[in-house]
Design a protein around this ligand. Sequence first.
Ligand code: 5GP
Ligand code: ZN
Length: 137
Amino acid sequence: MYKEDCIFCKIANGEIPSSTIYEDEDFRVFLDLNPATRGHALLVPKKHFANLLELDDGLCEKAMVLAKKLAGKMTELLGCDGFNLMQNNGEAAGQTVFHFHLHLIPRYKDDTAGITWRPGNASSEELEVLVALLKGK
Ligand code: 5GP
Ligand code: ZN
């Protein structure tokens, strides 16, 4: 629940100062030090969970409701034109801090954040195989 060598455990619990924009008994939300855009914030639970798969179900539900509230408030106060919620799990997915966090990224028309991917192609056979696999046939 608390990991000694985890920087986000220390930030979440106030042992390391952060630019906090919201706090309650379960979460802290603070500004990212290397923001993708103006107002980029990180929502973290105060307890340590390495990633989404480890995150407690109750906190998972609360995190999304809180993200929704903050996205609305930030949109109003920053005047952004859009919003990304982003959440990386595992090194291959770009996770660099192994304490669950949800990126709240305000987007502005013509910003240079570039959060995107190169679209591939899926054949109908491939889609069929994947549906059978993922539905657990
Ligand atoms: P990830 O790549 O794991 O999804 O995201 C980690 C994020 O944490 C990055 O956007 C990075 O800029 C941010 N970050 C890493 N260390 C610190 C820190 O000590 N303070 C703050 N405010 N942000 C941090
Ligand atoms: Zn931690």
